[in-house]
Design a protein around this ligand. Structure first.
Ligand code: DAH
Length: 347
C-alpha cells in the first residue's frame, strides 16, 4: 500500500505539472481524487489492511491526499495564470511614451466656428466671449424678456441654487439668480454696457437648454451671435450680411429668406431660412438656421444708448446646424461622442 501511494504521488507530480488546459485538468483531477479515482480506489482497500497497520496506513493516505490537493492547486494556478496572460497579450512597459498618434485634427465645430469668425472679421467684426454662467438680467431682462413673458418659459432652464457664487460673473442686481445661458444673446448686453457705439461683434459659444437629446437636439450646443450698432442701420444691411456669410461658408448658390417672428430684443424680428440644395444630404428646400432682427429701442435704452440716434441689427444661429449642413452630418450626437473614426474625416 505504501509503495502504491508513493508511486501514485510521483505519477501525479509528473503529470499535473504538464497540464495546460482546464478540461485536461478536470479530467486528471477526476482520475486521481474523483469518486472513481486512483486514490479513492486505494482508500477503499483500507478494509483489508491488518488492524495494527491501520493507523499508519490511514495517516499515510491522509498525507497523500493532502499532497495531491497541493499539486492540483498548483496546476490550476498555473493554468489560470496562462489564461490571464493570453487575455493580456504581450508584456508592455507602461512607463514608456506611447506611440506618436500625430498632432490630431480640429473638431468640425471648431472648424465651422473659426471659418465663421474669419468671414465676419473680414467685414469688420471683432470676436468677443461671454460667460457660460449668466444671470437673469443679461440672459433675459435686459433683452426685453421679463419674468412674466411667455417667451421666457421656453428658455427657463438650468438655474443655480441661490447659494451659488461665481466671483468672475458680475450680477446686475443683488437678487437675481445665476443660470447656464440659454443663448449667446446675453453677450450683446455685456458688450453694449462695456463700450460705446459703433459696435460690431461676433460671439461664438456654448449654450444650454432643457432638451431631450435626439438626432437634432442636445441639452448643450453652440451658437454664434452677431451685433452691429451704428447710425442708419437697416434690415437691408442685415439681409446683405447674412447673404454674404452663408455664400462664403456654404457656396455662392446658397439663398436666404426671412420669415416674420417674435423676439423680445428685436423689432422687427425674423427667422432666417437658407436654401442650399447643392450641399450633401440637404433634401429640404428651406432650412431654418437662426433668428435675427433690428435691435429693439427698449434694449438700447436699457444699456444707456439713445435709441433715436443709434440703430442696429442682431442675429444668432446654431453652429451644429451649420456644421451638419456643411459636412452632410445627419445626427447631432456625433459631435459629442469623440469617436476618432468620425473626427478624422475633418482633417
Ligand atoms: N437668441 C435666439 C435663440 O437662441 C436667436 C436670436 C434671435 C438671436 C434674434 C438674436 C436675435 O440676436 O436678434 O433662439
Amino acid at each position: 500500500m505504501q509503495d502504491q501511494l508513493t508511486a501514485l504521488l510521483a505519477k501525479a507530480q509528473a503529470e499535473l505539472a504538464t497540464l495546460k488546459q482546464r478540461p485536461e485538468f478536470e479530467a486528471a483531477k477526476a482520475r486521481y481524487v474523483g469518486p472513481n479515482g486512483e486514490l479513492t480506489a486505494l482508500m477503499k482497500q483500507m478494509g483489508s489492511v491488518p488492524k495494527e497497520q491501520k493507523p499508519v496506513i490511514g495517516k499515510l493516505i491522509n498525507e497523500t491526499k493532502g499532497q495531491l490537493q497541493t499539486l492540483l492547486d498548483a496546476a490550476l494556478r498555473q493554468i489560470e495564470t496562462a489564461e490571464l496572460q493570453a487575455q493580456l497579450g504581450p508584456a508592455i512597459d507602461p512607463t514608456l511614451p506611447s506611440p506618436d498618434s500625430g498632432a490630431g485634427t480640429s473638431h468640425p465645430l471648431t472648424l465651422v466656428r473659426e471659418e465663421m469668425c474669419r468671414i465676419l472679421r473680414k467685414v469688420g467684426f471683432t470676436v468677443v466671449e461671454g460667460p457660460e454662467v449668466e444671470t437673469e438680467y443679461y440672459c433675459f431682462d435686459a433683452l426685453n424678456t421679463p419674468a412674466d413673458h411667455p417667451a421666457r418659459d421656453a428658455q427657463d432652464t438650468f438655474y443655480f441654487p441661490d447659494s451659488a457664487k461665481f466671483g468672475n460673473v458680475s450680477k446686475k442686481n443683488h437678487h437675481e439668480k445665476y443660470l447656464l445661458r440659454t443663448h449667446t444673446s446675453s453677450v450683446q448686453i455685456r458688450t453694449m454696457l462695456k463700450g460705446k457705439p459703433p459696435i460690431r461683434i461676433v460671439s461664438p459659444g456654448r449654450v444650454y437648454r432643457r432638451d431631450t437629446s435626439d438626432a437634432t437636439h442636445s441639452a448643450n450646443f453652440h451658437q454664434l451671435e452677431c451685433l452691429y450698432v451704428d447710425k442708419n442701420v437697416t434690415v437691408r444691411d442685415l439681409k446683405a450680411l447674412l447673404d454674404y456669410i452663408f455664400a462664403s461658408l456654404l457656396g455662392k448658390d446658397t439663398k436666404t429668406r426671412f420669415r416674420p417672428h417674435y423676439f423680445g430684443y428685436t423689432e422687427p424680428s425674423f427667422e432666417v431660412d437658407l436654401s442650399a440644395k447643392h450641399l450633401p444630404k440637404v433634401n429640404k428646400e428651406w432650412i431654418e438656421i437662426g433668428g435675427c432682427g433690428m435691435v429693439d429701442p427698449t434694449v438700447f435704452e436699457g444699456v444707456g444708448y439713445d435709441s433715436t440716434v443709434w440703430s442696429g441689427y442682431a442675429f444668432g444661429m446654431g453652429l451644429e446646424r451649420l456644421a451638419m449642413l456643411l459636412y452632410g452630418i445627419d445626427d447631432i450626437r456625433y459631435f459629442y461622442q469623440n469617436d476618432v473614426r468620425f473626427l478624422k474625416q475633418f482633417a
